[in-house]
Design a protein around this ligand. Sequence first.
Ligand code: ADP
Length: 366
Amino acid sequence: KRKIAVMTSGGDSPGMNSAVRAVVRAGIYYGCDVYAVYEGYEGLLQGGDLLRKMEWQDVRGWLSEGGTLIGTARCMGFKERKGRKQAAANLITQGIDALVVCGGDGSLTGADLFRSEWPSLVEELVNDGVFTAERVEPYRNLKIVGLVGSIDNDMSGTDSTIGAYSALERICEMVDYIDATAKSHSRAFVVEVMGRHCGWLALMAGIATGADYIFIPERAAPAGEWQAELKKVCQAHRDKGRRNNTVIVAEGALDNNLKSITAEEVKDALVDLGLDTKITTLGHVQRGGTAVAHDRWLATLQGVDAVKAILEMTPETPSPLIGILENKIIRVPLMESVKLTKSVATAIESQDFDKAISLRDTEFIE
Ligand code: ADP
């Protein structure tokens, strides 16, 4: 019987449980044994109790659970070849040669590396006398399929990542709460949201809540000039009768000298304008709570396709990433998407902000 494993890795995101549920159930439906790897790559390294066979009923009710119930962790050991060799040994011991990884670009890069090294890791395990050549024969190749779990919506080649719409929904809810009190006192609020290299959450939340101004990494604000521009815009909105101001700052917001723009600095500019200004850093509430419907169906359809992709893969097939493009579930070569994603960060680092914006799939507003 074919054995596949599913794991979550990197930062958690709402919808990861829906993805695990879908892989478990689709795997069983297609006649496979499905294992869950607990605690991200740490579970692969330790094996044993962290590699558990899952039954149909084990994932009952998981669609609506936030976070990831099989746990996630950052694992230094997996970044070393020695750790990946141990991981390979643990998988072969269980007879598993296919892995669905739901995580961010770091996790997926690690997974792709693991696959490319696999044949040589297996060879070494045989040479070390851990397994006989006969024992490893059915497991000469590893199959990897990637699902993107990330609240930042920061992966190229796919319209939305699992968890992004849940985080966006939460941010909008929080900004609505803030608006009520802000309007009462005629205050300004600077709201800091997550997104280190990616301004999607800040941008979409800003549009959805009618924010006065938005700071994102891809569209760096002109150093030394943005304060005046910000004040002008907020004043103009006040002149039109607005009783509050909302400024959304992505945690990775930058000026065009690559200096980070902090909520404190934004507040200072607004205070300078004479506004009673408060800062709210939303923090981890953005990750919490149940997944919105979008993330549930996205993770479900993608989880099912991940299993199909595994069953169709040959050793020559590049590891696929299951994405969504124009409402269709698609497969794209995983490393191409990761490379494109990294090129956005590189463009930002080299101050080529126009390129950073053009590399984003989302329609960024000029
Ligand atoms: P994300 O997947 O959200 O981008 P990280 O970058 O922290 O999060 O990666 C999660 C885990 O994936 C790391 O703790 C590590 O175990 C593994 N990983 C990340 N990058 C690599 C890499 N280049 N090689 C091997 N493993 C990696």
